[in-house]
Write a protein that binds this ligand. Structure first.
Ligand SMILES: Cc1cc2nc3c(=O)[nH]c(=O)nc-3n(C[C@H](O)[C@H](O)[C@H](O)COP(=O)(O)O)c2cc1C
Length: 324
């Protein structure tokens, strides 16, 4: 059914699949795999496996009940903004199924902190499973970031907060001093681990400077958000490239991050075009702590998660038996 939906015009695909997922009773989800990969600690949080669903799929927590039941290590809700925001008008998606790649120009739509805060409390008050919940927040000023983090920190079952400072529609040039200032303010109001999500479009010197200035205020980084591309079908004129082509363009960034040795002092999540268990194994070997999937989910939905977790399980099982 989802393959058929993928053939519809992209904006319709989004609306239909979101509605179907939202009302899907979680007991009916046909693919479920509780993959127990050798336990990984991410910023002190114990994960059943290192695979999470990244920000952008469940922006408002509406799908959380279903997503917590598919055996993932973690699910990222968001990005949440302080006030409700609509998606920008125009063509919001273009999908390239052959390359597992897409462009999106949503413009950070969110039902806002108030809605998501209640939703998270409602779902998490009845949840005692093993999948962890992270929340991604996106502020348009230091004050907004502080408010978002303050309220999300009150929800005990949220394990980690991700700061999205890299949405391609709004951030065309990184401002390291501004980000450092935001982090300084945040570190005094929360005890939850903080991850900073970075753009893939950072030069070596900027990356070095960014790590130097921010590393004492964060517990880790998410590398990376989507890659900004000129896109004439929306007002902002920019879309974010994601999926397998992003993985290809991120290879240099991956090398650079490892070369700088950030993974030795901080936990790093890799995000960008992960579509197979083999990629995950390579990334973990390099020193990344966990990976996030997003575009894969927009093509294969729950089956994509099952496929990845199932292969990872097999590898874990194989390694365990080989070492005996
Ligand atoms: C439709 C869509 C919406 C996204 N929304 C967000 C978001 O709200 N916040 C965020 O930090 N990243 C967002 N992202 C970026 C993803 O979390 C991820 O970092 C990026 O797409 C690369 O991973 P992928 O290639 O597996 O999709 C979004 C990506 C897509 C495709």
């Amino acid at each position: 059914m989802f393959t058929l939906i993928n053939k519809l015009p992209p904006n319709i695909t989004y609306t239909i699949s979101h509605k179907l997922l939202k009302y899907l009773p979680h007991k009916l989800i046909p693919w479920k795999s509780f993959c127990k990969y050798p336990v990984k600690l991410l910023c002190g949080v114990e994960l059943i496996n290192p695979v999470g669903l990244g920000a952008g799929i469940d922006k408002d927590g509406d799908l959380l009940r279903q997503l917590l039941n598919v055996g993932l290590g973690f699910v990222v809700v968001g990005s949440i903004t302080l006030r409700p925001r609509k998606k920008i008008q125009g063509v919001n998606y273009v999908k390239y199924p052959k390359y597992y790649t897409m462009l999106n120009a949503l413009g950070l739509p969110s039902r806002g902190l108030h809605y998501v805060y209640s939703k998270l409390n409602e779902v998490l008050s009845k949840y005692d499973g093993l999948t962890k919940v992270f929340v991604s927040v996106a502020g348009f000023s230091c004050e907004e970031f502080v408010k978002l983090v303050y309220y999300i920190s009150k929800i005990s079952k949220v394990s980690i907060i991700e700061l999205n400072v890299s949405c391609p529609q709004y951030i065309d040039k990184i401002n390291i001093d501004y980000i450092t200032d935001v982090l300084k303010h945040i570190s005094s109001i929360t005890t939850k681990p903080i991850l900073l999500k970075l753009s893939p479009k950072l030069s070596r010197s900027v990356l070095r400077e960014l790590f130097r200035k921010t590393s004492k205020y964060v517990d880790g980084y998410v590398i990376s958000n989507t890659f900004p591309i000129t896109f004439k079908y929306v007002k902002t004129g920019i879309a974010g490239l994601s999926g397998y082509l992003l993985f290809k363009t991120n290879l240099g960034l991956i090398r650079e991050v490892i070369r700088l040795g950030i993974h030795e002092t901080h936990d790093i999540i890799y995000s960008g075009g992960v579509v197979s268990a083999n990629q995950i194994i390579q990334l973990l070997k390099l020193g990344f702590r966990a990976v996030e999937l997003v575009t894969l989910f927009t093509f294969e939905y729950f089956y994509g998660i099952y496929r990845i977790l199932h292969s990872l399980c097999n590898v874990a099982y194989y390694c365990e038996n080989k070492s005996k």
